[in-house]
Ligand binder design. Sequence first.
Ligand code: HEC
Length: 155
Amino acid sequence: MYKALIPLFALIATSVLASDLDKRQVLIVTESQRLHVIEEMGALLSGTQNILAALSKGDMAAVNQYASSLGMSMTIKTEDHLKGVLPKEFMQLGIAVHQDFDKIAADALAIKDPKHSLQQLSESMSKCVACHATYQIRTVKTSLKPASKSNHHEH
Ligand code: HEC
């Protein structure tokens, strides 16, 4: 009974040390994986800003264009590098945001109501808030790839 508790205490002690005052779940990634996340985040922020500017002018074609660029098509280049590295819940939250942008893009042309788009955007951005409140990213210098090099082709 008591023996079973020791590993649990050891785990808690380790995670308290690792996260300091930041209580969010720590995701360990490599520098290049972190760069993929940062680049995607930059695109999400500037894309969202472009959508807001377009909405303020009632330019729904531009809303469609900027929102589609943040849709599922965006995940093809980034998410592949992160699959299996980041937890499933993290990936699903990210996918949900991209799906929201596809819906915002489609509705911008179909409904053409800036107020509707704004509501969709604000609902979607609660997912940005939720993810940022849940996770923090820390990097390791070494690669996290498996030791076996049999399938790995260096160029
Ligand atoms: C699935 C999780 C997740 C979602 C969803 C998410 N983010 Fe992030 N975001 C992160 C993480 C993790 C970091 C921290 C990366 C770091 O600092 O190493 C981050 C960092 C950022 C940064 C800082 C980038 C930098 O240059 O340091 C911005 C800006 C940002 N996110 C914007 C957004 C916006 C806007 C949305 C929604 C449209 C969003 N994020 C949705 C996980 C997420």
